[in-house]
Design a protein. Structure first.
Length: 165
């Protein structure tokens, strides 16, 4: 299966893909190849004995192959190797793919800035520095993960609306 859930909202797409993987692993128990861009699904399955995670390898301009050991990459040109590497992909290469598609450099740099800001917001709940204590409220990311795990689509919808501002 490839790209299941794409073309929908992030939360709907993730929920559809997650439910399909869960069905394949827990109920069908068939040999499957499931490709996804929903990286949040990887955490759920990384410890499962009957699931193997992999990623498509690539070369970036400096000639290094992406792998779990090579997480520091520059946003340069990219060449896809069409080989399956072990483990999860260390990062997204969407900006590189957009560069291959010929998007202007000012669009790419703006997209990179927005992507970094969004990632920081998701990782830090929008704060630069956060002290975590036993009494701290759960981060936005934690609340999303809990709602997703519980299958609470109403809460996911509320959280999504709060992210949109």
């Amino acid at each position: 299966m490839d790209e299941l859930g794409r073309g929908t909202s992030t939360f709907d797409g993730t929920a559809i893909a997650s439910a399909a993987v869960k069905h394949l692993v827990d109920r069908s128990k068939c040999l499957s190849l499931f490709a996804t861009h929903y990286h949040s699904l990887l955490e759920e399955w990384k410890g499962a004995a009957n699931v193997r995670l992999g990623h498509m390898e690539c070369l970036v301009e400096n000639g290094q192959v992406t792998s779990r050991m090579n997480e520091e990459q520059e946003d340069n040109s990219i060449t896809f190797l069409y080989t399956l590497g072990l483990g999860v992909c260390p990062k997204s290469f969407g900006i590189n793919v957009a560069r291959l598609a010929g998007l202007p450099e000012d669009v790419l740099s703006n997209a990179k800035r927005i992507s970094c800001e969004f990632e920081q917001e998701m990782n830090n709940d929008g704060t630069e520095h956060r002290v975590v204590t036993a009494r701290s409220a759960p981060s936005q990311r934690d609340r999303i993960a809990e709602a997703f795990k519980a299958g609470d689509m109403d809460e996911l919808s509320r959280l999504w609306d709060s992210l949109k501002g």
